[in-house]
Design a protein around this ligand. Structure first.
Ligand SMILES: Cc1cc2nc3c(=O)[nH]c(=O)nc-3n(C[C@H](O)[C@H](O)[C@H](O)COP(=O)(O)OP(=O)(O)OC[C@H]3O[C@@H](n4cnc5c(N)ncnc54)[C@H](O)[C@@H]3O)c2cc1C
Ligand code: FES
Ligand code: FES
Length: 476
């Protein structure tokens, strides 16, 4: 059964929006409809964190909390969830939440613009961790920008957060769980100038595609939402995929890992660490926690940006994608998937259902992201190296770069020069020249073509220098 009404929990009450405006962001809903103006708009593109809210979701009889950017999320995505905004943290008697108290006590409350967002990011951290070290704190607020004073008092507040006593959300958790069970998410169909479908199963999804293959897919919306917030256009007819739990999984096989299309990058980032540490490190610098809490790898692949961070990594790992239509399923190698600038082999009515990443147990894997800022910034160049060394010779090598061509691409010439060689400096210098055959980068606001080429060569050298140093350390 489908519904045209979005139901969610707000302040421990069920809130309903019948036939919502499909282009209404959660931020606008909070500020303009609920008249709660604590949540701020800074950039309206997911880049500053001023609009951070927290979403609670029922998982295995517990509530999982995620910080998201409300400026690039739509009210339609609230179906079956709990919405927590900064005003909800203060009790009716005026008592502050421990996060707010810590901010006051350590002078972390600076200007009214960034503070609510910082509070909500710290609140998500508080709900998800028993204790907080510097790493957790810095990561939790990496999607919140302060343009004037600084982060030290905020970090001090986080370090001194008192989590000894349960907060009001913990005290009321049984009631909230009961409410979330009562409004168990339903399939949604809304016809409000445009169509909006949010199926709950793949079968439902395929039935929709069978009737109309001209609909656009929408997962985390971290690329798609900018159509509304920046281009000031309508989303058009869409199918929301992140409502399909069946596609939210990570399976570990003997030879490969399979990642379902609606798995968030945040879930994947935590998992992949044990296989490919550098993949995890790059993901930690991919947007912010708020972005990764909703964005998917499938969305990164389908959007096919030449600077999509997961793409060179997946190319060097020889990943495949499962592509499905209403009646067919095929496996495509990612290396043949990107045709030209933002053009892929996906046809109308086809969606990515999963990503398969081979497990290379014997290989050396390295990846590097170069951007102007460490956190919350898009790559100028991203490079990924996957190689096997047998008896001091390179027996297998796959190198891929992002930001060096209109599509993310393997460095085939460079690979050929390196294959079956030892790791002499002379060969690496030749392989660096091979990159000039592989790529003709462009000048743009992120980097000049000369800088990109120089960086690409340097990253190649860095990769092999690190391999050499590591092997020397092992020999000693
Ligand atoms: C502030 C900010 C920071 C960012 N930082 C980075 C960064 O550091 N690195 C980086 O690489 N990217 C970054 N991005 C871009 C974006 O977050 C990624 O491309 C993300 O992975 C997109 O996933 P999504 O689920 O949000 O896709 P959506 O926005 O939902 O969709 C993107 C495209 O993919 C299509 N699509 C989605 N899912 C499927 C599917 N299953 N099958 C077929 N088509 C599908 C959609 O139709 C759309 O064309 C950033 C974006 C923002 C707003
Ligand atoms: S307003 Fe800047 S991230 Fe939402
Ligand atoms: S932006 Fe708020 S204190 Fe700097």
């Amino acid at each position: 059964m489908t519904s045209n009404t979005i139901k969610f929990i707000l302040n421990n009450k069920i809130q309903k929006i019948k036939n919502p405006d499909l282009n209404e962001t959660i931020l606008n809903y909070i500020r303009l409809k609920l008249k709660k103006t604590g949540t701020k708009e800074g950039c309206a593109e997911g880049g500053c964190g001023a609009c951070t809210v927290v979403i609670g979701e029922l998982k295995k009889n517990n509530i999982v909390y995620r910080a998201i950017n409300s400026c690039i999320a739509f009210t339609t995505s609230l179906e079956g969830k709990q919405l927590l905004v900064v005003e909800d943290l203060t009790l009716k008697n005026g008592f502050l939440h421990p996060v707010q108290s810590a901010m006051v006590n350590h002078h972390g409350s600076q200007c009214g613009f960034c503070t609510p967002g910082f509070v909500m990011s710290l609140f998500a951290m508080y709900k998800n961790n028993a204790s907080y070290d510097k790493k957790i704190i810095e990561e939790s607020i990496s999607g919140n920008l302060c343009r004037c004073t600084g982060y030290r008092p905020i970090i001090d507040a986080a370090k001194n957060l008192n989590n000894n006593k349960p907060d009001q959300f913990k005290i009321n958790i049984k009631k909230t769980i009961a409410l979330l069970k009562k409004i168990r998410p339903q399939s949604i169909f809304i016809n409000n100038n445009n169509y909006y479908f949010a199926p709950r199963t793949v079968k439902e999804l395929k039935n929709i595609i069978k009737k109309d293959s001209n609909l656009n897919f929408f997962s985390g919306g971290t690329d798609m939402s900018l159509i509304v917030t920046k281009q000031k256009k309508s989303l058009g007819n869409i199918i929301y995929l992140n409502s399909i739990d069946e596609l939210n999984y990570i399976k570990e096989g003997k030879k490969f890992i399979e990642v379902g299309a609606t798995t968030s990058l945040r879930q994947f980032e935590l998992f992949i660490k044990k296989y490919y540490l550098d993949f995890n490190k790059i993901l930690k610098r991919y947007g912010s926690v708020q972005i990764r809490n909703v964005a998917t790898m499938a969305g990164n692949i389908a959007t096919a940006s030449p600077i999509g961070d997961s793409l060179p990594i997946l190319l060097s790992l020889d990943a495949c994608i499962a592509v499905e239509s209403f009646n067919k399923k095929k496996l495509l190698s990612l290396k043949d998937f990107f045709i030209s600038y933002r053009k892929t082999k996906l046809k109308k009515g086809e969606f990515i259902s999963s990503i398969r990443i081979p497990i290379f147990k014997k290989n050396i894997f390295k990846a590097y992201k170069i951007s102007k800022r460490i956190d919350d910034d898009i790559s100028s160049v991203c490079a990924s190296f996957n190689l096997e060394i047998v008896n001091k010779k390179i027996k297998n090598i796959k190198i891929a770069y992002g930001g060096m061509a209109p599509i993310p691409k393997r460095a085939i010439h460079c690979e050929k020069i390196l294959l079956n060689t030892d790791l002499s400096e002379e060969i690496i210098l030749k392989a660096q020249m091979g990159l000039e055959k592989d790529f003709q980068p462009i000048d743009d606001m992120r980097a000049s073509k000369n800088y990109r080429m120089e960086i690409a060569k340097n990253l190649l050298m860095k990769c092999f220098a690190e391999i050499k140093i590591n092997s020397l350390i092992r020999l000693n």
